[in-house]
Design a binder for this molecule. Structure first.
Ligand SMILES: [Zn+2]
Ligand SMILES: [Zn+2]
Length: 211
């Protein structure tokens, strides 16, 4: 087995901001950067929820340009659409750090697998966020299928996020991904300033990757 880099709790690759209506107004880019400095984080990716129709993107990019520094990565979190593409305009996909995540029910294992395969093979996507079939209780993925998917992820150099908000992927998924050489990193999925860089609630998952 090849040895993989350890998860670093001073790096948070999934932080939201106040450009969507469901985060508090104090989650500004300026405050996020200050919070990261205070916590002495080495790296954070600001990854606001994006849609193709989002009209705030230029303002968001300007704010990160103004307040950011070398430790700040500019990115977006995009929903994986039923056709397996991220809900993000191509010009932003190509230029910025992209987390692609399932945020909706597929109710159909074949369609879900096809969408995931397409995302894994999409060179504009950097990371797959909180991986699982969302809350589709009826979609069960076998170990054989996880082996297949994780070999594809390793081959395509996709990073799988260990997500503190959802505690996903599940442990048995992480074990198989790790065995097949998939790379991981951490994402708090913070929607509040106090959640940035906080990974205590997934220390068991971190240990599983780092042991
Ligand atoms: Zn998400
Ligand atoms: Zn998120």
């Amino acid at each position: 087995m090849t040895s993989l880099p350890m998860l670093n709790t001073r790096e948070d690759y999934h932080v939201h901001a106040n450009f969507n209506d469901h985060s508090p107004s104090n989650l500004s880019i300026e405050n996020i950067v200050k919070r990261a400095e205070k916590l002495k984080l080495n790296k954070i990716a600001i990854t606001e929820h994006v849609r193709k129709s989002s009209d705030w993107i230029e303002d968001y990019l300007n704010q990160i340009e103004t307040y950011g520094n070398k430790k700040i990565i500019t990115g977006f979190e995009a929903r994986i659409l039923p056709d397996g593409t991220p809900n993000c305009l191509m010009k932003y996909q190509k230029k910025y750090f992209i987390i692609a995540s399932f945020h909706n029910l597929f109710h159909d294992k074949k369609k879900w697998m096809q969408a995931l395969e397409k995302i894994i093979c999409n060179s504009n996507v950097d990371v797959i966020g909180h991986l699982g079939p969302w809350h589709d209780e009826d979609i069960k993925i076998t170990d054989e299928e996880l082996n297949y998917l994780s070999n594809l992820m390793a081959d395509q150099e996709k990073i799988i996020e260990i997500n503190a908000k959802y505690r996903w992927p599940k442990k048995n998924w992480i074990k198989i991904f790790k065995k097949n050489g998939v790379k991981f990193h951490l994402g708090s999925d913070a929607h509040k300033l106090k959640d940035i860089g906080q990974f205590d609630r997934i220390s068991d998952l971190i240990n599983l990757v780092n042991k």
